[in-house]
Design a protein around this ligand. Structure first.
Ligand SMILES: C[S@@+](CC[C@H](N)C(=O)[O-])C[C@H]1O[C@@H](n2cnc3c(N)ncnc32)[C@H](O)[C@@H]1O
Length: 286
């Protein structure tokens, strides 16, 4: 029987704390192209700009990533309904502060402090949107194989479903961990870019799927120093395991760290670099 470990998700404060350490060690650089990419994406929405555009944002966190979509959308649409599904209070408060500091007067925000599955289970599946996006939150879905097709069905004809999910060395590391362990006593598969594309291929014809790969290099040398506080937070987030070094069976740690270093990273001089890349996967509802 596979072993059980504790998911980082059980402590969302630690989750967000570790996420900030990831940003500090290089993950932040992924945002360099976000504004341009969001503008490109919005040009692919062909709805009449005078009608209200309906947007669903899943797992928005503090809105730092969403702001690029919103900035691009407000330039094109005169009326926008923007529904945010985010279960953690602190980032939602930060997002609300961000809203106040911007002039997004033509946007009506609807913050729902809940996870995607309670939203879908309690009637959300019948809601319709012109643009649905989930940026690095597919990992939190209860069953991506079911939830991703449900989201696709919620998109209006001509609308877009956009899923940003990890690829490269990070996807590989997390997929390896999922093979060895279970979380919450259930087996887990890691929904990285490969898996999400497989799911989508079953529900939409391939020609309507676009994918953009973004390479994101992080310096994770600290992970290999047992005493480093930042290193341990990085290990937690990379593996999505709460207190990785004390929660994973001690005999397994050398092998997992070896896999991370040798199979998922590149050594550049003295540094160990992880490609925490991501794929932007876009499908249009025909
Ligand atoms: C890795 S962060 C991504 C944040 C932001 N979208 C970005 O791209 O940086 C994942 C987000 O999903 C949220 N989340 C956790 N469980 C969730 C769930 N069940 N449904 C929706 N979002 C969830 C987390 O609180 C967090 O804000």
């Amino acid at each position: 029987m596979a072993k059980s470990i504790t998911s980082l998700k059980v402590d969302m404060d630690k989750y967000h704390e570790s996420f900030q350490v990831m940003m500090k060690y290089g993950l932040q650089s992924r945002e360099n192209g976000y504004a341009d990419d969001a503008r490109d994406l919005v040009t692919k929405l062909h709805f009449d700009s005078s009608r209200e555009l309906r947007v669903l944002s899943i797992g928005s966190g503090n809105g730092n990533v969403d702001q690029h979509f919103i900035n691009a959308l407000v330039g094109k649409y005169s009326k926008i309904y923007y529904c945010v599904i985010e279960p953690v209070e602190k980032p939602v408060q930060e997002f609300k502060t961000l809203v106040k500091s911007n002039r997004w007067d033509n946007v009506t925000f609807d913050f729902r402090l809940q996870g995607i599955n309670p939203y879908l289970d309690k009637g959300g599946k019948t809601d319709k949107y012109d643009f649905i996006h989930a940026c690095n939150s597919v990992y939190e879905f209860r069953d991506p194989g079911q939830d991703v097709p449900d989201l696709y069905n919620m998109v209006n004809t001509g609308g877009l479903l956009f899923l940003r999910t990890s690829s490269g060395g990070w996807e590989q590391c997390r997929a390896n961990l999922s093979k060895c362990y279970t979380k919450y006593g259930e087996s887990t598969v890691f929904p990285g870019a490969g898996m999400v594309k497989d799911i989508l291929t079953k529900v939409v014809p391939n020609p309507s799927m676009e994918s953009l790969h973004r390479s994101v290099l992080m310096t994770i040398t600290e992970c290999f120093n047992e005493k480093s506080e930042d290193g341990n937070k990085l290990l937690d987030f990379i593996h999505q395991v709460l207190n990785f070094r004390s929660s994973v069976p001690v005999d397994d740690i050398p092998n997992l760290l070896k896999y991370l270093r040798d199979e998922c990273c590149e050594i550049v001089g003295e540094d160990i670099m992880l490609d925490a890349g991501e794929d932007d996967i876009l499908v249009r509802k025909e």
